[in-house]
Design a protein around this ligand. Structure first.
Ligand code: 5GP
Ligand code: MN
Length: 341
């Protein structure tokens, strides 16, 4: 299977790994299934090659992904600052997965910039920060970073993933499954081929599906109900819908990281609604999640109005304003964006 990687990518990647002894693998803030799946998959794969790696992430991953890191090997910067920063400082190779701008790793950004390590990016978002990396393996025509990593590992392995570790196969599958929202978005022909090969490898898809999509708390389901019944605002004339959740509401429903995952997709199930947004109030900012189901680019929309970026149909960002003003700001920004395009 050719076409997912540039001609020398696999060789360049392999060479960099072979000539390094302190390898650190990093992914973005608020890691999702693709982020955690890709770092764990690569780390286990490299361990099989005799390479020891350290995984560093900026902040905790959602509880339902704990099974990907059963021994708690992943270094979480907000919990183990010194160890996480030391690992990056003394790395000779840093591999960044599932993000493409260093500002996506927040407080780790200056530490990564200051590190003398060689830096490799493997990612599927548009417009990578090329200057920040020595080697960029980027393709937006795949479902997920896990899919791109699958093609990379497969190429290095000579066209078959049959001998990769079980944990790598499983983690790659989880990342693809979550980034496609269980095979509903960004699924390409290659995504099925990847799934086919991983299932042949022995991945137990039912168990993974249960672990990832049926591991929520009662409070999370109630928060979803509250969001749909009381908070979702629909703007039929703009083909848009949005939900704003305040800190008080999140606390009321015992919010845990990852609980609002998927909420942003819900307005898109309404006939005629093709643009959707979810705003959640955090300590110091409002987290923004944007989706579109047609040609409206939420990547551009986020870059212009929400201090963020992402894919054409799935993007995120941050707002720094009172939560009460967010709805009005969204409606006005969307009107402007639609008028100008
Ligand atoms: P989500 O809405 O699921 O948090 O994010 C959707 C997509 O947008 C993901 O691919 C994610 O990497 C990207 N994204 C989310 N938040 C940000 C952000 O603050 N900055 C940038 N550049 N991308 C983001
Ligand atoms: Mn991803």
């Amino acid at each position: 299977m050719k076409g997912y990687l540039k001609r020398n990518s696999a060789d360049d990647f392999k060479r960099a790994v072979n000539s390094s002894s302190n390898i650190v693998i990093v992914t973005h803030t608020n890691p999702d299934g693709d982020a955690l799946g890709s770092v764990v998959a690569l780390s286990s794969y490299l361990a099989r090659q005799g390479k020891t790696t350290t995984i560093v992430i900026p902040n905790p991953y959602p509880k339902n992904l704990k099974f990907l890191d059963p021994r708690g090997d992943v270094l979480i910067h907000t919990r183990r600052r010194v160890a996480a920063e030391r690992a990056i400082k003394f790395a000779d190779l840093l591999i960044a997965l599932d993000f493409n701008q260093l500002k996506r790793i927040d407080e780790l950004e200056p530490i990564v910039r200051a590190s003398a390590s060689k830096k490799i990016l493997v990612d599927h978002h548009p417009q990578p920060e090329m200057e920040a990396f020595d080697l960029v393996i980027s393709n937006t025509e795949v479902s997920s970073t896990c899919e791109l990593l699958f093609w990379l590992i497969r190429e290095i392995e000579g066209g078959s993933v049959s001998s990769i570790p079980d944990i790598s196969a499983q983690s790659l599958y989880v990342g693809m499954m979550t980034d496609t929202n269980n095979f509903s978005n960004s699924v390409e022909a290659g995504t099925f081929l990847m799934s086919y090969e991983l299932l042949l490898h022995g991945v137990d898809k039912e168990t993974l599906q249960l672990k990832v999509f049926a591991g929520f708390t009662e409070e999370r389901m109630r928060l979803m109900g509250h969001s749909l019944l009381n908070k979702m605002k629909i703007l039929p004339e703009l083909g848009a819908g949005y939900i704003v959740l305040t800190k008080e509401e999140l606390e009321r429903y015992k919010f845990a990281e990852g609980d609002t995952e998927g909420f942003v997709n819900m307005p898109l199930n309404i006939f005629g609604i093709t643009i959707s947004a979810l705003f959640t109030e955090k300590e110091e900012h409002i987290r923004v999640s944007l989706r579109s189901s047609d040609n409206f680019s939420v990547n551009q929309f986020s870059r212009r109005y929400f201090n963020g970026a992402g894919h054409e149909r799935a993007a995120g960002g941050r707002l720094f304003m009172a939560v009460e003003d967010v709805g009005k700001y969204f409606e006005e920004s969307l009107r402007k964006e639609l008028e100008e395009n």
